[in-house]
Design a protein around this ligand. Structure first.
Ligand code: SPD
Length: 282
């Protein structure tokens, strides 16, 4: 039977953010409803529990901004943790650095990984066959508790918006655990929601991180399919952050490989904090 095109919207307060296309896959896993939509303009898109997670057209706006400011700014980057990230895009960007020896990808919902491998092969790319990748189907909150101090060089929180089962990934307890298992010169990178459509949780993240870590900085850019389009990524460390003079021999190669991120892009994005957010967090 020929698939019909339909509109699927993410509802946020009194607005909605929709894509039109054909549903390739729809299933409710143990944790959430998973939809893959094939659209003409955005390509394939993944929706979890009514929220757009990623699409072929705009995923690089998100994944490149989560990974490269972090990994280009730290000297050692061999052992990495990704919490969430079941579509493989964050791991793919990490593997661009030859120093990376191990990535623990901790995803609570194994169906997200399976669906991504099947329907979004362009996002994970070769990641799924890379021997340096260890996939753990596990709750990220439990995972960080089992790790010893000073363990990871970089931790990426690539989670969904706050919900019943992801709420704790936005808690101070969780950030404290991340701090504990992060090496002294390591970096934590968080998708820190939208200063517009998720303003309260965005401010909560920034304030919590500021309280817990010695240094933190937030950058702002776009992810077209997310509510309001404007999005943010927050980076934190137990020591000074170094975005101005990145320590990375491969930086030119990495820049060339990216569609969105570059040092220039990042420098502008770190200056984009809206005044109303500055007022609320200071
Ligand atoms: N509003 C959606 C926020 C989701 C952030 N994570 C997306 C996962 C992409 N790897």
């Amino acid at each position: 039977m020929k698939r019909q095109e339909i509109w699927i919207d993410e509802y946020y307060k009194d607005s909605r953010f929709g894509l039109r296309g054909k549903v390739l896959f729809k299933k409710t896993s143990k944790f959430q409803e998973i939809i893959i939509l094939e659209t003409e303009y955005y390509g394939r898109a993944l929706m979890l529990d009514g929220c757009w997670m990623t699409s072929y057209r705009d995923e690089k706006y998100y994944h490149e901004c989560l990974v490269h400011p972090a990994l280009s700014s730290i000297e050692k980057k061999s052992n990495i943790l990704i919490i969430g990230g079941g579509d493989g895009g964050t791991a793919r960007e990490c593997f661009k650095y030859s120093q990376v020896k191990n990535i623990d990808l901790v995803e609570i919902d194994k169906e997200v990984i399976e669906v991504s491998k099947t329907f979004l092969p362009e996002i994970g790319g070769n990641t799924w066959n890379d021997k340096r990748l260890s996939i753990h189907i596990e709750d990220g909150i439990k995972w960080v508790k089992t790790k010893k101090e000073n363990y990871y060089d970089a931790i990426f929180i690539d989670c969904s918006d706050p919900s019943e089962f992801s709420n704790l990934l936005f808690s101070e307890n969780f950030y404290n655990e991340c701090k504990r298992i992060l090496k002294q010169k390591g970096i934590l990178a968080i998708q820190s929601e939208s200063p517009e459509s998720f303003k309260n949780i965005h401010i909560h993240i920034l304030k919590s991180i500021k309280k817990i870590f010695a240094a933190s900085k937030t950058m702002y850019s776009f992810v077209p399919v997310y509510p309001s389009g404007i999005w943010s990524w927050t980076f934190a460390s137990n020591q000074e952050l170094n975005f101005q003079n990145p320590i990375c021999e491969e930086i030119l190669k990495i820049e060339k490989s990216c569609d969105i991120w570059s040092l220039n892009y990042q420098n502008g994005a770190f200056k984009m904090m809206p005044n109303k957010i500055i007022k609320e967090i200071s």
